[in-house]
Every structure is written in structure tokens, then in C-alpha cells.
Design a protein around this ligand. Structure first.
Ligand SMILES: Cc1cc2nc3c(=O)[nH]c(=O)nc-3n(C[C@H](O)[C@H](O)[C@H](O)COP(=O)(O)OP(=O)(O)OC[C@H]3O[C@@H](n4cnc5c(N)ncnc54)[C@H](O)[C@@H]3O)c2cc1C
Length: 472
């Protein structure tokens, strides 16, 4: 076995060069462990630096029967970017395939290699007054964002990756390079093959390049935190602000009291405007515009819009309004996930329901948890503007009557059933599909859809060598 392993590693080094193959355990570790879920053992991490090298690698892996999982920024949250525990898979890291970032201001597009990170893309676009409008509290790669169809905090205004993707270059399991790189905004010529690779977790091919639509970069942003007394009142505020503010409303994020309090416990540098008494919901409202303040005074607009809401709200639906610097208020919002992790065991859900059902869903989920698992804290926050909510269930292991694994096995089916069957929602609003939620993909995906996926997989990756997700 060790000879075989050595032979495989030698062949990979001969194929791509010594520096492209990582095998030392201390170096390999970061490719083997996911951000939240996923911990496996890799044969090696291989780091090609061009499409041609990815093609050569996959052709070789296919001939040798080696299984491969693509990895970009490794910020995915469903355990899909890391190898299984067999020690036989290769991690195909895109980190060295990250040289090309070409901005075309006339087409208003950016062409980037699959391993380019969002922060790099943003820095390149800033110089042209342009923006790739996907924004989140992590720094993922282009290929990973395509494979998970990333949403983010400004989806309300700009849509998700799918809605901003124009062209794609993909390498299939046998090394074939599929060129779908036409940067066209209109192209109604039948089946849209790009969509095979969006949100399918790298199961059908490895994304080596993409053309993305970009937008004029806002020159001003203003934000405020708004205290709101209930989920129903959050929805009322959203509807009124959308009517009042139109397209300048860029983000509308709501954080439940139980999710907000830990942020100030664990991030002492952040100022708590509520003085330790958070309202039922804290809404982060952001407006942005490409017009400068002399033509459109956004801070006045936000102040007057929220002032009107505060006056009109009867029954104390809105409790407070705190305007603040965008960077500081977003730090509070982005600090939620990490702060909750420091509070004990966390079982995280990434759920969406129709926007109109958000409050009813969250109330029903909270009641379900309180009735069956009273030692669990129900912490919810997320993208209410898009009908997305991250429910985090938090408990201290010493308070729990049963081991964590048993509790997770009880809680997951209950909340997913509620979201999918009772509220016609999704068990994975934006994080995609991976080993973490494979069982629920199997449960909720119509059989005909899975059959089509099996047919596609049989054509694109007949030996089933790519990825850790089973779509068929
Ligand atoms: C703090 C934090 C906040 C987040 N907030 C959000 C949010 O608001 N909205 C949201 O949608 N997501 C969010 N995420 C999730 C995550 O950032 C996204 O899923 C991200 O798009 C994954 O990109 P990545 O490059 O890190 O991919 P990885 O984690 O490396 O991989 C994810 C999946 O994509 C596949 N893949 C990676 N690269 C390629 C490629 N080149 N070709 C084919 N398949 C590939 C992998 O095999 C895996 O299946 C957050 C994550 C964190 C840690």
C-alpha cells in the first residue's frame, strides 16, 4: 500500500512539479478541515496553477481512479470542500489558479480565475469604480461561489451569484475543458449549460474561470440599527421601507435578541447601543447609492424614513433607531456567528421560507424547540429581506441530557420538516449541499430531479470521482 501511495505521489509531482503537491501532515491539515463541518484525511492536496494543469491532473486522476474534491477558500458551511476519512482522496486546491482578474469597464464584466478570492476581485474592481455585488462575512473563491451559488447580505438589491454569472470555463472529470465563456447578457439559444455547475457543489466539474457581471460602485453608504418589538413588526418595517426607499435599500438584516447579546459578550470592542437590553429584533438597514451626497443625501433620506416609521408605529413596534458607521454596524452583524460558537455547542440551520412567512416560521420553530428541548437557546439572525434565516441552536454540553450527536439527530429533522413541509421553504437557503445536509437532500429532492442528476453525472463523471456530494 505504501509503495502504491508513493507511486501516486511521485506521478503527481512528475505531472505538476514538486511545489504543487502537499503531503506533510502539518501542511495538509488546513485542506482537511472545513470551517464548521467536515474533517477528513487526504492522500495529498494538489495545487495546479492553470486550466491546462487542472485538465492534466483530472485526466490523470480519472485514469488512475483517484477521487478528487475541489477546494477554493474552504469557507463553505456544509462540509463539502474537504475529503472523506479514507485518506485516498485528493484535494484539488484552486489557490494557485488565481492570477487572472481582467476588468472590462465597457462590458461591465470581470473575468477571473476560479481560485481568485472575493477580496482580490473587489480590490481590482474598486480602481474602476465597479463592484461585484456579492458580500458576506468570509472570503470565498470565484469557483466556490459558483459551486455554492453564494447569496450574501446584499442579495435583496443585486441577487445571488447565479444572477450575476455570464460566462464559465469548467474542466470535466476526464480532463475535457468546456468553454462557456461568452460574456453575453442576452443569449437565448436553448439549454443554459452554465447552470449545471451553479450550486451543484463541484459534482459535475471544476470551475477554472468565470465572467461575472459587475455594477457601478456605490459612492456612499449609510446604515442604522433599528430596534423592533417582534418578527411581525420586522416584516411590516421591511414592506414600508421597500415602498418608501426603492432601489437605494441595499440590505435588511435582522438579529434576534438571543443572537445579539453574545456579540457584545465576546467582542468587547464593539459598542452596544442597547446598553445590554436588546429588543426582540435588531434590524440593520443599509442604503447605498452611486450618486454623491450633493445630489442625493442618503443620511437625510434614512433619517427621515426611519423617523416617519418611528412616528407612525403604533403599539411600540419600533423601539429605537441608532444611525452608525457602516463598518461598525456590519462588524456587529458579522460577529454573530463567531460569538455564538463561543457559547457552547451550536447546531446551525440555513433556512429560507417565503418572506411573508418569516415571522410565523421563526415563532413556530422557537416553540418547537422550547417544548422538546428546554435547555437549548434559540438564536436566530439573517437575511430577512430575502426570506433567509440562520437559526442557531446553542446549548452547554453539561446541561444536555443526551450527547450532542443524538440531539442533532433529533433536532435537524424536526426543524427541516417544519421549514420544508409546513412553510414550503428550503433546508439550505444559501450554503448549498454537502455531507452535512446530504440526508435532507435525499429526503426532499423529487425523484425525477435526482434521476436527471444521475444521467448527467453518468455522462460528465461516469466513475463518480468528483466531489463529496451525491446529487442523483
Ligand atoms: C463567516 C461566514 C459567513 C458566510 N456568510 C455567507 C452568506 O452570507 N451567504 C452565503 O451564501 N454563504 C455564506 N457563507 C458560506 C460560504 O462562504 C460560501 O458557501 C462560499 O461561497 C464558498 O466558497 P469557497 O471558495 O470558500 O468554497 P469551498 O468552501 O472551498 O467549497 C465549497 C464547495 O464548492 C466546491 N468548489 C470549490 N471550488 C470549486 C471550483 N473551483 N469548482 C467546482 N467546485 C468548487 C467544493 O468542492 C465544495 O463543494 C459564509 C461562510 C462563513 C465562514
Amino acid at each position: 500500500m505504501s509503495t502504491t501511495r508513493d507511486e501516486v505521489l511521485a506521478s503527481l509531482r512528475a505531472l505538476l512539479g514538486e511545489g504543487a503537491v502537499v503531503v506533510e501532515p502539518h501542511e495538509l491539515e488546513r485542506y482537511e478541515k472545513g470551517w464548521r463541518y467536515g474533517r477528513g484525511k487526504a492522500l495529498a492536496a494538489v495545487r495546479p496553477s492553470s486550466t491546462e494543469e487542472v485538465s492534466r491532473l483530472l485526466r490523470h486522476a480519472s485514469a488512475a481512479g483517484l477521487r478528487v474534491v475541489a477546494q477554493g477558500g474552504n469557507t463553505g458551511l456544509v462540509g463539502a470542500s474537504t475529503p472523506d476519512g479514507s485518506g485516498e482522496m485528493l484535494v484539488l486546491s484552486l489557490e494557485r489558479l488565481s492570477r487572472t482578474v481582467e476588468v472590462d469597464p465597457v462590458d461591465r464584466t470581470v473575468t477571473a480565475d476560479g481560485g481568485v478570492l472575493l477580496s482580490t476581485l473587489d480590490a481590482a474592481l474598486a480602481g474602476h469604480g465597479l463592484l461585484f455585488p456579492i458580500d458576506l462575512g468570509a472570503d470565498p473563491s470565484i469557483g466556490g461561489m459558483v459551486a455554492t451559488n453564494t447569496g450574501g447580505t446584499r442579495l435583496l438589491r443585486y441577487g445571488d451569484v447565479r444572477q450575476n454569472l455570464l460566462g464559465l470555463e469548467v474542466v470535466l472529470a476526464d480532463g475535457t475543458v468546456l468553454d462557456l465563456m461568452r460574456p453575453l447578457r442576452k443569449n437565448n439559444t436553448g439549454f443554459d449549460a452554465r447552470q449545471l455547475f451553479v450550486g451543484t457543489s463541484g459534482a459535475f466539474g471544476v470551475v477554472t474561470k468565470a465572467v461575472m457581471r459587475v455594477v457601478p460602485r456605490p459612492v456612499q453608504r449609510v446604515t442604522a440599527l433599528v430596534g423592533v418589538s417582534s418578527g411581525a413588526a420586522v416584516l411590516g418595517l421591511l414592506a414600508r421601507l421597500e415602498t418608501q426607499l426603492g432601489e437605494v435599500l441595499t440590505a435588511f438584516e435582522a438579529i434576534g435578541a438571543a443572537a445579539l447579546a453574545p456579540v457584545f459578550r465576546h467582542q468587547p470592542r464593539l459598542r452596544d447601543p442597547f446598553g445590554g437590553r436588546p429588543p426582540a429584533y435588531t434590524v440593520l438597514v443599509e442604503l447605498s447609492s452611486t450618486l454623491d451626497p450633493s445630489r442625493l443625501a442618503l443620511d437625510d433620506l434614512l433619517e427621515s424614513a426611519l423617523g416617519e416609521q418611528l412616528e407612525a408605529a403604533d403599539g411600540g413596534e419600533m423601539t429605537d433607531v441608532f444611525p452608525g458607521k457602516p463598518s461598525e454596524l456590519w462588524e456587529i452583524r458579522h460577529g454573530v456567528s463567531e460569538s455564538l460558537r463561543q457559547e457552547g455547542e451550536v447546531l446551525a440551520f440555513d433556512i429560507s421560507v417565503p418572506r411573508s412567512s418569516m415571522a410565523a416560521f421563526v415563532d413556530a420553530a422557537r416553540e418547537t424547540v422550547a417544548a422538546g428541548w428546554p435547555f437549548v437557546r434559540f438564536c436566530d439572525y439573517g437575511h430577512w429581506g430575502d426570506g433567509g434565516v440562520h437559526v442557531n441552536l446553542v446549548w452547554k454540553p453539561e446541561d444536555a441530557p443526551r450527547p450532542t450527536a443524538e440531539l442533532k439527530a433529533e433536532l435537524q429533522p424536526r426543524l427541516y420538516d417544519l421549514a420544508v413541509n409546513r412553510f414550503r421553504g428550503s433546508y439550505s437557503a444559501e450554503h448549498g449541499v454537502g455531507p452535512h445536509n446530504q440526508a435532507f437532500y435525499d429526503l426532499y429532492t423529487p425523484e425525477l430531479v435526482r434521476e436527471v442528476c444521475r444521467l448527467l453525472k453518468a455522462r460528465l463523471d461516469p466513475a463518480g470521482l468528483l466531489g463529496t456530494v451525491r446529487l442523483g
